[in-house]
Design a protein around this ligand. Structure first.
Ligand code: ADP
Length: 343
């Protein structure tokens, strides 16, 4: 497999042939545990030799239970996501293809000339496709996709958050190329430091250390993607670490149309082109996920006997309102002008 090849190459590179490490994780008698089986499945092949199971050197100082948690809760087996699955966002998509995906796919060409951008910040209103883009990048780069929300680091693993961050980057390194997608990254990299919990501050510090460490080894192919609806809350030092900051705006009319048509193609409906035009005209300011909700609402009360008609959408429009306010949009535009990356 891919992981095995990477490991072999790195082992040679590091001159660590022959040093074996026996994993407590794999020696534990948990044959029937799904989590254990799953964790094992994603270990590099060379770490699963018959004569004694071992684990990658880079995981030597990581607690096995944390590796397990990461494999079970953060590793995201994404289905194939293509650029066509993402409506609109042409500028963001072409920028990402050029600066992220192409270098990831051809490190031989780009190494040294243009190292893959290790930090990408996607900011904009909720429900505009930031997560979708993260999955698409991982899918297109054939990368392992790790997904985590900042709040789980700071609340769910309270006490362990710092170690968890270290473990996550270590596991991502073993499974590279990897994409680490951090949702709500503002709450992790917030500028509000006074009164901040000690634990939270330590998580943030560790995160920045790991983030910085990502690029020190030229062979590492780990991309960190941060997503946020509140880019202003990220402190300056952290903000500068993201080499690219891309605005992911609300969908334009054409993008809304393709979202609706895509969803309708899987349903029975009797909407003409003019009907669809009408729906698009009435949904200015709706996000991608608002559009998704609208179609679902329109389809809700339709029985098997008749197809979805325009009236269903008119009714649905009274239920499903745009989730983003014009005032919020101004903030994003302003942040983009000030801190956004021009492609
Ligand atoms: P975000 O991460 O920006 O909050 P998501 O990527 O999770 O938003 O999008 C939520 C859902 O909304 C997606 O699963 C998809 O159904 C729909 N959606 C949002 N933006 C788009 C888009 N640009 N193209 C297609 N679908 C979209």
């Amino acid at each position: 497999g891919r992981g095995g090849a990477t490991l072999t190459k790195r082992k040679k590179h590091l001159g660590t042939n022959g040093r074996r490490f026996v994993s407590p994780l794999l020696n534990r008698d948990e044959e029937n545990s799904t989590s254990s089986t799953r964790a094992r499945k994603y270990l590099p092949q060379s770490a699963q030799s018959q004569e004694g199971e071992e684990v990658d050197e880079r995981l030597r100082n990581i607690e096995p239970r944390m590796i397990e948690t990461i494999m079970n809760e953060m590793l995201d087996k994404v289905a194939q996501v293509t650029w066509n699955d993402i409506a609109g966002l042409e500028l963001a998509k072409s920028t990402i293809k050029e600066i992220v995906v192409f270098p990831m796919l051809r490190p031989d060409i780009f190494c040294g000339v243009r190292a893959p951008s290790k930090g990408l910040l996607l900011f904009g209103p909720p429900g505009t496709g930031k997560t979708l883009i993260g999955k698409c990048i991982a899918s297109q780069c054939k990368a392992t996709f790790f997904s985590i929300s900042s709040s789980s680091l700071t609340s769910k693993w309270i006490g362990d958050g710092e170690k968890m961050v270290r473990a996550l980057f270590a596991v991502a390194r073993v499974h590279q190329p990897s994409v680490i997608f951090v949702d709500e990254i503002d709450s992790l990299l917030t500028q509000r430091t006074d009164g901040e919990h000690d634990a939270t501050r330590r998580i943030k510090t560790e995160f920045l250390v790991q983030f910085d460490g990502c690029g020190t080894d030229n062979e590492d192919r780990i991309l960190l993607i941060g997503a946020t609806n509140r880019p202003h809350e990220i402190d300056e030092a952290a903000r500068r670490r993201f080499r690219k900051r891309l605005y992911i705006p609300l969908p334009e009319a054409e993008a809304r149309r393709s979202i609706v048509l895509n969803l309708l193609s899987r349903l029975r409906h009797a909407l003409s082109d003019e009907h669809v035009d009408e729906v698009i005209r009435r949904t200015d300011g709706y996000s991608g996920s608002d559009m998704d909700g609208l179609v679902r609402e329109a389809a809700l009360d339709v029985s098997d006997v008749r197809p979805i008609i325009l009236e269903d959408f008119i009714d649905a429009l009274t239920q499903v309102k745009p989730s983003v306010s014009p005032k919020d949009l101004e903030l994003y535009v302003k942040f983009d002008q000030e801190f956004g990356s021009v492609s």
